[in-house]
Design a protein around this ligand. Structure first.
Ligand code: 3EB
Length: 363
C-alpha cells in the first residue's frame, strides 16, 4: 500500500520491518489525517480516513494486525476477521438528525458480529463532526447520536446480551460520522467501571434523552496468548456525572490522568476480578490519543502528558471538539501486560501500530 499517496504526500517513517506487513495480516487501518473518506477495502484491507488534522498536518495511520485475515464489504460495513478478531468500520451518512441512521448502522454491525461469530465487542471509536452543534430539532448532535446508539444496544439486548464496550465518542474536523470497532470470538472480556465516576450508561437525563453507551475500559484475556490487554475509553475531567474544573485546563488534565490511574490501579482491577503480575500505572499506557478542544492548549497538555506517561509511549494530540462543551481535554490508551515471567507470547494476537509521518526538514 502506498501510504504516502493516501495521506497527502508525506513520507511515513521506516517501519521496524523494511516494508509494511502483508496485507492479509492487516485487520484494519484508520488514517487520522486531513481528509475524510468513508470506509473502503484498500488493497484487501478495511481502510477509513478521518478528518482529524488541519490541511497542513499529516497525522498518522493506526494499523491493527492479527492473524491471516479475510476482508469483505456488507452494505455500509467494511470488515476483516482472522478467526479470533473482527475489525469493522462504517460511515453513518449525513442527515438532519442522526438518531435513526446511527441505530440502524449499529444494529447492522451487531448483526455482522453475530453472523460471523465474533460476539464479544470490546472497543469502539466514534468520530462525530459538529459534535456540539444542534441538529435540525435543536438537539445537540452528540445527544442525538447517543439516542440512536442507546436504542441499538437496547433493541439488540432483547435478542442477545450485549454489554457495553470501552469506547471513544469524540469530535472530528469534518466528514461524516464514522465508527470502527473490535470484537472477538473466545477471549475473556471484562468490562470495567471507574469507582469515582458514575457509569456513563446511567448518566441522568440532563445530558440528553438517552445516556451514552460505553464502559470505562475493557480487559481482554487470551490465556493461550500470554498477554492481557486493557483498552481504556476516552476519559475526561468528570467526577460522578459532573464536569469538574470547567475552564481550568491544567486541573482538567490532572483529573483526567487521576481518573485513568484509578481505573487501571490494583484496587479497581481486583474489584473487577482481574489479576496482573504487577501494579499498572500511567507509565504502562501506550497508543495514547489526547483530544484537545483548543489548538493553543496543545503545548501545555503535551508537557503534562509527557511527564505523566512513559517516555517511549506512543502519543498523538488531536485538536477536535469533545462531547461536552465544557470539556477541554480527553485521553484514551491501551495497556498490554505480559502474563508469563519470560514475557513470551504464543501467536500474533491483536496489535495496533502507528505509522507516523516524519516532519519534513524545512519545518
Ligand atoms: C465521559 O466520560 C466523556 O460517547 O462513546 C468518553 C468516552 C466520553 C466515550 C462516548 C464519551 C464516549 O462521558 C465522554
Amino acid at each position: 500500500m502506498d501510504y504516502a499517496n493516501l495521506i497527502s504526500g508525506g513520507h511515513p517513517q521506516a517501519l521496524p520491518e523494511d516494508r509494511p506487513l502483508m496485507n492479509s495480516r492487516v485487520l484494519g487501518m484508520v488514517n487520522f489525517g486531513p481528509v475524510f473518506q468513508k470506509p473502503v477495502l484498500e488493497e484487501g484491507s478495511p481502510f477509513l480516513s478521518l478528518r482529524m488534522t488541519s490541511a497542513d498536518e499529516k497525522g498518522f495511520v493506526e494499523q491493527w494486525t492479527a492473524g491471516p485475515a479475510q476482508a469483505s464489504v456488507s452494505g455500509d460495513l467494511v470488515y476483516a476477521h482472522d478467526g479470533e478478531y473482527l475489525f469493522c468500520a462504517a460511515e453513518i451518512p449525513a442527515s438532519e438528525r442522526c438518531r435513526n441512521l446511527t441505530r440502524e448502522t449499529y444494529l447492522a454491525a451487531f448483526e455482522l458480529m453475530d453472523e460471523l461469530g465474533y460476539p464479544r465487542l470490546f472497543r469502539m471509536w466514534n468520530y462525530i463532526p459538529r459534535i456540539n452543534e444542534d441538529n435540525a430539532d435543536g438537539l445537540e448532535i452528540y445527544r442525538d447520536f447517543c439516542a440512536g446508539r442507546s436504542e441499538a444496544f437496547e433493541l439488540y439486548g432483547r435478542r442477545r446480551h450485549l454489554p457495553m464496550p470501552a469506547a471513544t465518542g469524540i469530535g472530528a474536523q469534518g466528514g461524516n460520522i464514522a465508527f470502527f470497532f473490535l470484537s472477538c470470538r473466545s477471549g475473556r472480556v471484562t468490562f470495567l467501571e471507574n469507582p469515582r465516576q458514575m457509569p456513563a450508561y446511567t448518566y441522568p437525563r440532563q445530558y440528553g434523552p438517552r445516556s451514552p453507551s460505553f464502559a470505562r475500559a475493557t480487559c481482554v484475556q487470551h490465556d493461550a496468548l500470554g498477554v492481557l490487554n486493557l483498552y481504556i475509553s476516552g476519559t475526561a475531567s468528570i467526577i460522578g456525572h459532573e464536569t469538574v474544573h470547567r475552564s481550568d485546563l491544567i486541573r482538567q488534565c490532572d483529573v483526567t490522568l487521576e481518573n485513568i490511574s484509578l481505573l487501571i490501579g490494583r484496587d479497581n482491577l481486583i474489584r473487577h476480578g482481574i489479576e496482573t503480575p504487577a501494579d499498572l500505572t500511567l507509565r504502562d499506557v501506550d497508543f495514547i490519543k489526547v483530544y484537545v478542544r483548543h489548538a493553543e492548549d496543545i503545548p501545555v497538555v503535551r508537557r503534562r502528558c509527557r511527564e505523566a506517561f512513559a517516555p517511549h509511549a506512543n502519543i498523538q494530540f488531536l485538536n477536535v471538539d469533545i462531547c461536552r462543551s465544557d470539556l477541554l481535554v480527553e485521553i484514551e490508551g491501551i495497556i498490554t501486560v505480559p502474563l508469563r515471567a519470560d514475557g513470551t507470547q504464543d501467536g500474533a494476537g491483536l496489535k495496533p501500530r502507528w505509522l507516523v509521518h516524519e516532519e519534513t526538514s524545512d519545518q
